[in-house]
Design a protein around this ligand. Structure first.
Ligand code: XMP
Length: 326
């Protein structure tokens, strides 16, 4: 539509004015905000933009591949793909405390990103997908509580350390405007309307110590859940259950329970499914998913993911439970 077209033209012009012929780096997470920022900046300055995508080994199934397909292949954006999973797994070994895990993941993330950024010696700008609600939050607004209950990913201080100027082209936009902009820039609807995913990734969805083996099992169970949510359409609204929920995911419980399979006894891990509906993520209701959907998901997970023999559904609302389990 013409309003968005005008907006893009204006934003592109502003970025060109600001940046001139200098180089920009951006940390791509696969999330909506950094993706839209990347697409917009690329539209403005093309190859003067380099994106860094850090894979901490705690991403969802195929996520790295999808990001590379979309940005590097489809849009022709320069993307450096860093596989840092060994480093992250190493530092997380033996750590069980949720806040300690978050701190380690946040710290390593900054470290890896910084090391990559230093290699791009021509860069003068650090671009971030900061949106208007983030600006209010960091100005000490009322949503501060969330950051003290669980320390969120914090890359503040990074531009100073790297001696870079900050480029934040989405600073004035609300989430729904960012999504519209993303679609107008040619990003797939499916990507732009994705559920939020926490910075520490599967690290906070594997309870206690994070192990590669657990991450593998969780990734596969989670992908089945999401696939079925997308495929199941609710009659009355005509929407998929993915679109009817605000966030949905699987959680890995490192406890074993007994089951039977064929003639044998199994003794395997448990996965919990979580799906919530919320408008602001400060409070949330568990979603009343159809039993038939839950049945299909549980059947598929237990049959397809060897190592998991039991699936439960989380029926806790926020408060008092949080959306994530850690
Ligand atoms: P909780 O679990 O506090 O989550 O009800 C509220 C929302 O915040 C997301 N979340 C995080 N996002 N880093 C993030 O970037 C984090 O450490 C983090 N912890 C929770 C969560 O996924 C939900 O959308």
């Amino acid at each position: 539509d013409w309003v968005m077209g005008d907006y893009i033209a204006e934003a592109v012009e502003r970025i060109r004015q600001q940046v001139g012929d200098e180089e920009v780096i951006l940390g791509l997470s696969g999330g909506v905000d950094s993706s839209v920022a990347a697409a917009l900046i690329h539209r403005a300055i093309g190859d003067q933009l380099t994106c860094v995508f850090v894979d901490h080994g705690l991403l969802r199934l195929n996520e790295g591949h999808m990001v590379m397909e979309m940005f590097a292949r489809n849009l022709g954006v320069k993307v450096v793909h860093v596989d840092a999973s060994e480093q992250f797994m190493g530092h997380l070994q033996g750590v069980t405390d949720p806040e300690a895990k978050r701190k380690i993941i946040g710290r390593e993330f900054v470290e890896v990103f910084q090391a990559e950024a230093k290699k791009l010696t021509n860069a003068k700008w650090l671009a971030q997908g900061t949106i208007y609600p983030d600006v209010i939050e960091s100005a000490g607004g009322k949503t501060k509580k969330a950051t003290t209950i669980k320390s969120h990913h914090n890359v503040g201080g990074l531009p100073e350390t790297l001696g870079l100027k900050l480029l934040e082209p989405l600073r004035e936009l609300f989430k729904d405007e960012v999504r519209e902009l993303g679609v107008a820039l040619g990003l797939p609807h499916e990507m732009v309307y994705r559920h939020p995913f926490p910075g520490p990734g599967l690290g906070v969805r594997i309870l206690g110590e994070v192990k590669r083996e657990y991450a593998e099992l969780l990734r596969r169970a989670d992908a089945i859940f999401i696939e079925e949510l997308r495929a199941t359409v609710d009659g009355p609204s005509g929407k998929s259950w993915y679109d009817l929920t605000s966030q949905a995911f699987a959680v890995f419980l490192p406890v074993k329970s007994v089951g039977v399979m064929g003639d044998g006894r199994t003794y395997d891990y448990v996965v919990a499914l979580r799906a919530v509906q919320t408008s602001d993520f400060m409070t949330a209701d568990w979603a009343e998913l159809p039993y038939s959907l839950l049945k299909r998901v549980s059947g598929r997970i237990i049959n397809e993911v060897r190592g998991i023999n039991r699936v439960t559904y989380d029926v806790s609302s926020k408060p008092p439970a949080t959306i994530e389990w850690e």
